[in-house]
Structure formats: structure tokens, C-alpha cells
Design a binder for this molecule. Sequence first.
Ligand code: GLA
Length: 659
Amino acid sequence: MHMIRANIVIPLTSAIIFIFGCTGASYAAQSNNKLWLSDMDLSKMSVGWGKAIVDKSIEQKTLTIDSKTYAKGVGSHAPSVMHIKLDGQTQRFSATVGVDDETAGLGSVVFKIYGDSKKIFDSGVINGPDPAQKINVDLSGITHLVLIAKSANDGVDYDHADWADAYFEYKGVAPVAVDRPVGEKNILTPKPGPEPKINGPRVFGTRPGNPFIYRIPATGTRPMEFTAENLPESMDLDTDTGIIKGFSPDKRGDYNITFKATNPSGSDQRSFKLTVGDTLALTPPMGWNSWYIHYSRVTDVDMRAAADIMIDSGMADFGYMYVNIDDCWSKRKNDKPYRSELGTILPNEKFPDMPALTEYIHSKGLRAGIYTSPGPWNCAGYTGSYQHEQADAQTFAKWGFDFLKHDWCSYGNYVIDNTHYEFVKPYALMGEILKNVDRDIVYNLCQYGIGQVWTWGTQVDGNCWRTTGDLGLMSGYLEVGLSNARHYQYAAPGRWNDPDYILIGWVGDAHGHGQGAPCKLTGNQQYQYMSMWSLMAAPLIFSGDMTKLDDFTKNILCNSEVIDIDQDPLGQQGEIIVQNDDYFIMKKQLLDGSIAVGLFNTCEIEMPITVNFEQLEIQGQYQVRDLWRQKGIGTYQNQFKSEVGRYGVTFVKMTKVNK
Ligand code: GLA
């Protein structure tokens, strides 16, 4: 419900006041007027829970901070934001802020005020039991004010943020609450040209003698002719499609292949090191997963359509290759039989022929993924692999799957005690089995970070492991990303921290209701999301609706230079080198000696962010390239500074100038 209240003008002095009503704006010629924050249009205040309340707390009780009550003010729940237009003649904003006593001492909030892009008030963290803080800020000359109540870094629970006794003193036009900026979705990346450009990983792991499939990712006008110099004899290249099929060589070692693509507009080549050994996923897996759009509705037809679109939309030309079914392909609880007489797991009626499905996906040069649980039931109540691990892994391999997501779900009921051994056991079991099936199956652990999986995921032959709960259930990519970022030292080729899927475009939430909707993130936030995932060498798995891919979403997902940062063969996960309340900076070392750097603005307003070369641990002159715009932006030394949009990112590659 929108609460729109008339602006009430109260003279502060006893001087005679002239009010001219002809323009509709209240105007006082002589002295200051007073406008209570709670008399403004509070429908413009966005709040983390519920809606902003006039003269009461968020739970509609008397505003109370540290046992003191206030008759006027606004009760909100962090994170809350309000943009206010001023005419430059507003003199002061005064308030008393804190966490309302109704939380019984819980919750913690930071109050901030920005005036024309400068911070003019910062309360620091105010915890539940803390006394209120007084605000009394000079607003002269300011035309745009932003009031913020942020959750401190401990989640949003109980963050009942009170703006008590809050009012403006003004001379000219009364302050007006305005809409929060929408956050344009600007396409920053130039479209690929007609000439061939080969993309995708530069190193690729496979096990000896296993079936092999790879489609050389390349943009440019088709038809195009492909060659692959030094391709092992056990493999064949289709020179029209760029699809390689066959078997990995029996002999272990590195095979240095050169791909070349040619069309009438030009040609391109790229080296591709095929490493035949024990480790798969030498770069983070890239693809699509069905969960956040199809949920329990997923069908064989959806999976085929996703494969078609991965090719037709051009996503595969940038390296996306896994087409992964999530939960809900097996038989649902009570829909017996769950297995054949021989014990083979049965798909439900929506998946009539699994081998035919993977064959279809493979025919496009793509790879197929499947899902199960170490428990008897998957998270959505479909058959899992408990006590059938060997048989199921063999079935998945036989059906032709190349990727397995192994989701903890009901396994919790089989844990005897909460020891490390019990957490590791089901994954060690499946990891050992997968290593020995006659197919390369990338092993994706999904157990939400239990038992610090990042410290042992590699010991159970996992290739990537979710480090948090479901992104769709949490407060968003930033919370999940910042949590995942902490484990940077555990990532390496073949072992990646997985902060969950890329939920942009047309997408649902983790509850699985409805048919999805356009994601609510601003354009800038989506640039942050993808930049962060790339800097963290995260698996790049999109989980939105493939049939509703729009140009902006494709622009976020398909920037070859951004993807190259994610796929860099050195396999380092970027590290946060600076973090404060307003921004953070992430740096990733790349194989060629250059570094990728992201300046992330986590604030409601645009601001300049500077990174010093000492912070980056570099010296000398560096060429800086804007990765989203794919263009050089100059040579820098000592520091790099950039104006970064509201919740936006400047994402650059910095390469030393050789003298
Ligand atoms: C868990 C996982 C999700 C998804 C669902 C399916 O919640 O974390 O990614 O696979 O199960 O039920």
C-alpha cells in the first residue's frame, strides 16, 4: 500500500511567513520551515522487509531506541534507501537513529547519508543494545540526498532501523522524495565481427581412452572452415562445424593442438592444450542448468531446446558447453517403481529416452549433465542414489552424461554423527566411482559448504563444490559472492569454488513457483555479478530461461574477454585486496603475467574508486584495458582510478608495459 502524505510546513520562528501557493510548491520567504521525514511520501523508501512506517517502528509500535521513545520518525527495515530531491536551499537534516528496542537487543545497522555523491554522515555499526546516534548535517548547496540504513555484515535479521525525530529545515522548495534510479541496462560490449574469433578454454583435461567431444567455440559469420593442427589420431574434426569427436589418447601427457577458423572475412587461431591425465575441468565448467526456470516441470523437450538455443544464440561460440538437467528427472516418491528389476534407476515419464537425449546434445558438440543425491531422495523428493552409487554412476556414464551434480539433500538423515568423516564419506564414495567409469564425468559437489568442503573437495576428486546455500534463497549474488571469495586459496585447475548459478535474464527463485520473471537486478549489478564470477574463476552456469534470452542478458553472458579471465589457464581465484563499506577491489593473477582487477561499488551512488599499485603489488607502467567495453583506456602508473556507477563495476585487465 502506498502512503502519500501532504507536505506539512511548520514555521520555526515567530517571524511572519509568506506562503505562495500558486506553483503548488510551499515557499517561505523569510525563515526556515520544518518538514518531518515521516510526512514525506514514504512509498519512495525501499525497505528490506515490509514497508516504511509513519511515526512507528517497522512492527507498528512506538519508536523506541535505548529505552527512549519518539513521537515522530520513520520505522524501516534495513536495507532501506530513500532518494530525496532538494533545491540547494535546504539547510539541515536532523534525526536520531538506531535499532528499535522491539528486537530485544538483536540486529545491527549502519546509517549513512550521501549528499551529491559525497558521504556526509556515517554512523558506523549500531547494534541492537547501542544508544541512539544524533544526526545533524548541513545540506546547503546539496540537490540530491540519499538516506541509507544498511545491514551490518551479519545478515538482515532484526535490522529494524529507526529514523526517529527526523526532519528537514529548508528555505525554498520543500524536499521531495523521488523514485530510486531504475538502473539502465546498457549494452557495453561491441558485437563480435564477421571475421572468425576462436574463444573458450586454452587447456582442457581428459582421462586416457575415454570418449571425447568438443565443439571449437568461435564467433564470426558461418560458413567457416576449421582445422586442428596436431589433433590426436583418435579424434576427428568436422571441418564445417568445428566439432571434434572420438576418444582421448591412451597415452597420458599434453597434446598441444592449434585450432584455426577461416571464413571470407579472415581467420583466427588459438592454442589448445589437451591434457590427458587424471584431472578434468582444468578451467571452470561453463554451461546451463535447468533448475531456476524449469524446476519439477523439466522435460526432455526443454533440455533439447536448451541445447538448440545454446548453439543458435551463439552462447556455445563463447565456450558454453554443458547442458545440465537438475533435480526432478527421476521417479518421484510414491511413483513406483523407482528402479528396474536389475536395480537401474528409472527416469520419469518426462524423460522417455536418456541415451537419445544425450545423443542429441552430443550431436551439437555439447555435453550433457545429470543430477542425483547421495541420499535416497533428491531435494525435491525424487529418487536419489543411496546404496546404488556404483550402479547409478555406471548408468549415467552408459546413458552418455558428462557432468554429475551430487546434491546432499536427504543424506543428512544418514549421518551418524557430525564428524568430518561423515560429511566426506558419500562424496569420497562417488568420487572414486566416477574416476573409474569409462567416461569423463565432471564431478560437482553440492552440499552448501558443509564441513568446509573447499578444504577437502579435491581429495574426493571433486571438480567444483558449492560453497554456500542456494543463491536463489539467499539475499543475492553479492552475499554469496563475498562468501565464496573467502576461499580463494583453495581453487586451482580442476578444483573450483562454486558460488552457484548465474541468475539473470528471465529466471525464477529457489522456491520453484511460477514460470519465472525478468531478474530484478539493475544493469550495473548484472555486470558486477558476471565480473565477480569471472574473477573468482567460478563455474559459469546460467540457469535462466533459454527461450527468453534477450540481448542484454547475452551481452552479460557472452563477452569473450570477460570469459577469458574466468577461464585463464593459471586457474587462480581472484582475491579481495580492499574491502570497506562502500566498495571492494578484487585482483586475479593471469598466466601471461597480467592481472585482472575489478573495482566494485557497493553503494547507492556513483563514486570514484582508486587502487594504488602497492595494493595491487605491482610497479611500473601498466596498460589498462576495459574488459566490458573491450577497449584500451590508457597507460597508468602508481594508481588507477575510475568513476564507478551505482552498484557497478569497472573491470580491467592490466598488462605491464615492456620498456
Ligand atoms: C538444492 C540445490 C539446488 C537445486 C535443488 C533441486 O536446493 O542446492 O541447486 O539443485 O536442490 O531440488
